[in-house]
Design a protein. Structure first.
Ligand code: SF4
Ligand code: SF4
Length: 141
């Protein structure tokens, strides 16, 4: 009786396994294949620096105070962005900074591979965050 139950259990298990043998796998061989991120995905930020008016709205609204901005007033009285850092040791990808930006020049992109070996490397600077209007139009954000 006991042996019969084991045999039935085994047969059922093999039946389930066999039914999945010819199906396409749901998982992907990451990192060779990356899943497409949805349009409103909250990945690493992108800054269209030429449009930034150095108003500090993003900086002020950030709940964890992880944005550092420095700028100066240029000869034409317009503010020039000098430093824009986001510390990804602290950022929680809440999107509040993006919502607060008046000229909508701060965005969240599809990049999620931001891990690093040191804490220092998790502080992204203007160079890492800068994005151009041309790239935005081409839809490569
Ligand atoms: S996403 Fe949130 S936590 Fe990250 S920088 Fe923006 S406001 Fe701060
Ligand atoms: S809110 Fe926008 S315009 Fe103002 S400092 Fe931040 S990124 Fe620049």
């Amino acid at each position: 009786m006991h042996v019969k139950q084991i045999g039935r259990g085994l047969a059922n298990g093999l039946k389930v396994t066999a039914s999945h043998l010819l199906k396409r796998p749901i998982t992907r061989p990451y990192p060779d294949q990356r899943a497409a991120t949805p349009p409103r995905f909250r990945g690493a930020h992108r800054l269209i620096a030429e449009d930034c008016v150095v108003c500090h709205a993003c900086d002020r609204v950030c709940p964890v105070d992880c944005i550092t901005i420095k700028g100066y007033r240029g000869e034409d009285r317009k503010f020039v962005l000098e430093q824009f850092d986001i510390d990804y040791n602290l950022c929680m990808f809440c999107n509040l900074c993006v919502e607060a930006c008046p000229p909508t020049c701060l965005l969240m992109g599809p990049e999620f591979e931001i891990s690093s070996a040191t804490r220092r490397e998790l502080v992204w600077t203007l160079k890492d965050l800068s994005y151009t209007k041309k790239s935005e139009k081409e839809g490569s954000l």
